[in-house]
Write a protein that binds this ligand. Structure first.
Ligand code: ZN
Length: 474
C-alpha cells in the first residue's frame, strides 16, 4: 500500500484599502478594466514603490495566528519573470526573509499540519480572452494588490484533510479580517502537490496541480491524482514529475508542462525598499490584540456543552459564531438548544433562500427569546418552526405569536371547552375508551387539531382523563 503525501500552496488576497506599493484602491473585483492604476502599478520607469503598512500588519497578524515565528527583520526581493499581465517584468515578493516561518495548524482530532512560510507579495493583473477577438486584453486593476502566499509542509494525507485545512485557514483569515478568503472571487486560490510514498518508505515523484479555485476542486483533483498515480505504479510505470491543470467539467487533471530546469528567478533584494524592522513592542501589541480564533471558539463551545459537530460548524463560520455568541448572551438555558436551531432550521431556511444571516432580519435576541418561550411552555416547538420565517423577516417572536394568535392555550377554561366539544362530537370513541384506554389518543389528537397545535398535550391528556373518569390511568 502507498500513502498520499500532500502539500498546499495558498494565495490569499489581503483586505487593505490600497495596493501593496501604491495608493490605488485594492478592490479589483467586478470593476471596469484598468480604472485602479497609477505609474507604480503600471510599472512605469522612475516610479517608486512605498510599502503598505496595513498589509504588513495583517500578514504579521495572520502569521502569528498560525503559530509562525515572525523575524525582527523582513525584506522584499525582486522575482524576475516575464508575463504579459505583470508590467514590471518582475514581481516584488519575499525570498529568504518572509514575514512568518515554521508555523502550524491543529486540525480537529489533534493532527498538526506544519506551515513552512507565509510571505507577502504583489498580485499580477488579469488577462481577458474575449470570445469575439483573436487577441487577449490586459486588465491591471489587480496588479500590485497585496497577496499572502502560504506554503505548508507535506503533512496532509487525504483530500478530505486538505479540504479541512483550507476551511480552517479561511476561517482564521476571516476572523482576523485579513482576507475575505472567498474562492469564488479569486481571493483564495490553491495549488497542490501530491506524491505517493511507498510501503518501504520510498518517496514518490511529486506532481503539482495548479490554479484550483474551490475547496471542492482541491479535494477532487487530489482524489483524481491519487488514483492516477496509484494506477501507474501498480502497472509498474513511473510517475513523471510535472505540473498539471484541473479540468472541472471532466473532473480530471491534465498535463500543463513536464519538468523543466527549475526556473531561475534571479532573486535580488528590492533596491527601492529597505529591509523592514519589526519592532518587538509593535509585535507584542499585535499579539495582545488578537481576536478569539476559530480553534479557541471551538474549545469554548465544547466547554459550553455543545455537540462536537455543532461546535465545529459554528466556530468555523465567523458570522454564525458572532450570532451564536450574541444569542447565548441573551439566553440563560442550555446553549445546545440555540445551536440546534442555528444549525438546523435556521440554516435550512438560509440555504433555501440562498442568503447569509446578515442578509436576513433575524436578530440573535429574537432567536433567544423564541427558545425561551418554548422552554417556558408559552409556545410549542412546532409553533417555533412555524414562526421562524417571520423571525427571519425581522419580527420579534412575541409580536408574531400575538399577531397570528398562536399562544398555547394556557387558560384551563378555554381548554376544557375544547375538550368537552371533542367528547360530545365523538361518542363512539368515548364509548370504546373503557375497553381500550389507548383510544384516548384519538381524542387527544382531535383536541390538538382544534387548538391548531397550540394546546399542551400533557394538559389535554389530564383533562380528558378527568372528564372520562380515568384519573388513575397513567
Ligand atoms: Zn497604483
Amino acid at each position: 500500500m502507498s500513502e498520499p503525501v500532500i502539500g498546499l500552496e495558498i494565495h490569499l488576497a489581503v483586505r487593505t484599502a490600497s495596493k501593496m506599493f501604491c495608493g490605488c484602491p485594492a478592490e479589483s473585483f467586478g470593476l471596469e478594466p484598468n480604472v485602479n492604476t497609477c505609474p507604480v502599478c503600471l510599472g512605469l520607469p522612475g516610479s517608486l514603490p512605498v510599502t503598505n503598512g496595513e498589509a504588513i500588519e495583517k500578514a504579521v497578524r495572520f502569521s502569528l495566528a498560525l503559530n509562525c515565528r515572525v523575524p525582527e527583520r523582513t525584506q522584499f526581493h525582486r522575482k524576475h519573470y516575464f508575463y504579459p499581465d505583470a508590467p514590471k517584468n518582475y514581481q516584488i515578493s519575499q525570498f529568504d526573509r518572509p514575514v512568518g516561518e515554521h508555523g502550524w495548524v491543529e486540525l480537529e482530532g489533534g493532527r498538526r499540519i506544519g506551515i513552512t512560510r507565509c510571505h507577502l507579495e504583489e498580485d499580477a493583473g488579469r488577462l481577458v480572452h474575449p470570445a469575439y477577438a483573436d487577441h487577449s486584453l490586459v486588465d491591471l486593476n489587480r496588479a500590485g494588490t497585496p497577496l499572502i502566499e502560504m506554503v505548508t509542509e507535506p503533512d496532509l494525507r487525504t483530500p478530505e484533510e486538505a479540504r479541512a485545512f483550507l476551511t480552517h485557514v479561511q476561517a482564521v483569515a476571516r476572523a482576523l479580517g485579513v482576507s475575505d478568503a472567498s474562492p469564488e472571487q479569486g481571493k483564495m486560490r490553491a495549488d497542490v502537490n501530491v506524491s505517493l510514498r511507498q510501503a518501504d518508505g520510498g518517496l514518490g515523484t511529486k506532481v503539482e496541480v495548479k490554479n484550483l479555485n474551490s475547496f471542492k476542486s482541491v479535494a477532487a483533483a487530489l482524489a483524481f491524482e491519487i488514483r492516477r498515480q496509484g494506477t501507474l505504479l501498480e502497472e509498474g510505470r513511473e510517475v513523471a514529475q510535472e505540473t498539471r491543470g484541473w479540468n472541472e467539467g471532466g473532473q480530471r487533471t491534465y498535463l500543463l508542462r513536464s519538468k523543466e530546469e527549475s526556473a531561475d528567478y534571479r532573486y535580488m533584494p528590492e533596491p527601492d525598499l529597505p529591509p523592514l524592522v519589526l519592532e518587538r513592542a509593535w509585535l507584542e501589541r499585535i499579539a495582545h490584540t488578537m481576536p478569539e480564533l476559530p480553534g479557541g471558539k471551538r474549545e469554548r463551545y465544547l466547554a459550553l456543552g455543545l455537540r462536537p459537530a455543532d461546535a465545529e460548524l459554528i466556530a468555523f463560520d465567523v458570522e454564525v459564531a458572532a450570532f451564536f455568541d450574541a444569542a447565548a448572551a441573551a439566553y440563560d438555558g442550555e446553549p445546545q438548544k440555540l445551536a440546534n436551531w442555528l444549525v438546523g432550521d435556521v440554516a435550512g431556511l438560509l440555504n433555501a433562500g440562498g442568503r447569509t444571516l446578515a442578509e436576513t432580519g433575524l436578530r440573535p435576541e429574537a432567536l433567544a427569546a423564541m427558545v425561551r418561550m418554548i422552554d417556558d411552555g408559552a409556545i410549542s416547538g412546532k409553533i417555533g418552526k412555524e414562526i421562524l420565517p417571520d423571525l427571519v423577516a425581522g419580527e420579534a417572536p412575541n409580536a408574531v405569536v400575538a399577531r397570528r394568535g398562536l399562544n398555547v392555550i394556557q387558560d384551563e377554561d378555554a381548554l376544557a371547552g375544547l375538550v368537552d366539544k371533542v367528547i360530545a362530537a365523538n361518542p363512539e370513541v368515548v364509548a370504546s375508551v373503557a375497553a381500550n384506554p389507548k383510544a384516548i389518543n384519538a381524542l387527544l389528537g382531535r383536541v390538538m387539531q382544534e387548538s391548531r397545535g397550540t394546546a399542551r398535550p400533557d394538559a389535554v391528556r389530564r383533562l380528558l382523563q378527568q372528564r372520562l373518569g380515568l384519573e388513575t390511568a397513567g
